[in-house]
Design a protein around this ligand. Structure first.
Ligand SMILES: O=P(O)(O)OC[C@H]1O[C@H](OP(=O)(O)OP(=O)(O)O)[C@H](O)[C@@H]1O
Ligand SMILES: Nc1ncnc2[nH]cnc12
Length: 172
């Protein structure tokens, strides 16, 4: 199954110069969505994962079904002000724009092995922040999984030495 052809590429969205990779065209095709989640879960399975963590919003769409496929819990990382409990916060930089992220301080037990999952790796800023939040919570990052990797933004370099899996790569 060629999942790449299910991604819609929209140039100059949300601002000039950005080549936006739209996953909604993959998500609305059941067999493609199922195949994508199975492959990301297959990467996580041998890593003795206790929890999947995913950042709002698209990280929920990929991360929650991955957790379900692995039979483990899902922990959301949210944009500021959305989580009701005591949180840990980190500010970060995007390919476009700037934002912050929060996790519930009691969501991860010290020593738990965490699989961080998102739809797309661009600069790596989002996931770098997620790693910091997981580690400040006492979790062990056991792998990083993505549907898409934008290789031209070199996020992978920023995330070394963590083990990274991506299903679809764009070189430019
Ligand atoms: O590697 P980076 O440069 O950090 O970029 C990747 C992040 O950007 C997008 O999320 P966005 O913040 O646009 O939020 P959304 O999921 O709510 O659309 C995407 O879903 C990743 O989380
Ligand atoms: N080029 C891109 N396409 C889709 N989502 C993104 N998030 C950050 N950069 C992106």
């Amino acid at each position: 199954m060629d999942l790449r052809q299910k991604i819609r590429v929209v140039d100059d969205f949300p601002e000039p110069g950005i080549s936006f990779k739209d996953i909604t065209t993959l998500l609305c095709d059941g067999p493609s969505f199922q195949s994508a989640i199975r492959q990301i879960a297959d990467f996580g399975r041998p890593r003795a994962i206790d929890l999947v963590v995913g950042p709002e919003a698209r990280g929920f769409v990929i991360g929650a079904p991955t957790a379900y496929a692995l039979g483990v819990g899902f922990v959301p990382i949210r944009k500021p002000g959305k989580l009701p409990g005591v949180t840990i916060r980190k500010d970060y930089q995007l390919e476009y724009g700037r934002d912050g992220l929060e996790i519930h301080a009691d969501a991860i037990q010290p020593g738990q092995r965490v699989f961080i999952v998102d739809d797309l790796l661009a600069t790596g800023g989002t996931i770098h922040s997620c790693i910091e939040l997981v580690e400040r919570s006492g979790g062990i990052v056991a792998g990083l999984g993505f549907l898409i990797e934008l290789q031209y933004l070199e996020g992978r370099k920023k995330l070394a030495p963590y083990e990274i899996f991506s299903l679809i790569q764009y070189e430019q």
